[in-house]
Write a protein that binds this ligand. Structure first.
Ligand code: GDP
Ligand code: MG
Length: 160
C-alpha cells in the first residue's frame, strides 16, 4: 500500500450529494439522508431546490456530448431536488460507495442505488466524483451563507 494514498484517504474533504427528483417524489429523502448521517459524516448544507436548466447543464457539463444529455437535464429539472454538502475524512469516495455504481442493476445490495433503484436514468442520488468536484459543485449549488460551520459534540466518538 502506498503511504501517500493512505494519507490522501484520511484528508477531510467535502462532497456534494443530491437527492434527484425521483428520490424526492418517491419519499426517499429521510432514508437517503439517514444513511450519510449514520455513517458519521457532518452535514454542512441542506435545502430543497427546483433546479433551473442552466444550473443542471453547468453541473453536468462534462457529459454534454453524451446522447442522453438532454434526457438527463430534463430528469434533474423535472421536480425538486434535495441539495446537501457533507464533510468528513475520505467523504468523497466513501459517499460514492454508499451510493453504489451508476447503473442500479449493477449496484451492490446495501448501497442506496442497489437497494432503492433499478435504472441508470432514475438512480435517485448524485455524489461528487473527486474532492475538486466536491468543492466545485458545492460552490455551484449553494450560495454564501447557506452553509453552516459547527462543531459536532460526538466528534471524539467518531474520529480519534
Ligand atoms: P454517476 O457519477 O454515478 O452519477 O454517473 P455519471 O457521472 O457517469 O452520470 C451522471 C448521471 O447521468 C447518472 O447518475 C445518470 O443519472 C445519468 N446517466 C449516465 N449514463 C446514462 C445513460 O446511459 N442513460 C441515461 N438515461 N442516463 C445516464
Ligand atoms: Mg458523476
Amino acid at each position: 500500500f502506498l503511504p501517500h494514498l493512505v494519507a490522501a484517504m484520511e484528508e477531510v474533504e467535502e462532497t456534494y450529494i443530491m437527492i434527484k427528483p425521483d428520490g424526492f417524489q418517491r419519499g426517499l429523502v429521510g432514508e437517503i439522508i439517514s444513511r450519510f448521517e449514520k455513517k458519521g459524516f457532518k452535514l454542512k448544507g441542506l435545502k430543497l431546490f427546483q433546479c433551473p436548466k442552466e444550473l443542471a447543464q453547468e453541473h453536468y457539463k462534462d457529459l454534454q456530448s453524451k446522447p442522453f444529455f438532454p434526457k438527463l437535464i430534463n430528469y434533474i429539472t423535472s421536480g425538486p431536488v434535495v441539495c446537501m454538502a457533507w464533510e468528513g475524512i475520505g467523504v468523497v469516495a466513501s459517499a460514492r460507495k454508499l451510493i453504489g455504481v451508476t447503473n442500479p442493476l449493477n449496484a451492490e445490495p446495501g448501497t442506496i442505488r442497489g437497494d432503492l433503484a433499478v435504472q441508470t436514468g432514475r438512480n435517485v442520488v448524485h455524489g461528487s466524483d473527486s474532492p475538486e468536484n466536491g468543492k466545485r459543485e458545492i460552490a455551484l449549488w449553494f450560495k454564501e451563507g447557506e452553509l453552516c460551520e459547527w462543531t459536532p459534540l460526538l466528534g471524539p466518538w467518531l474520529t480519534e
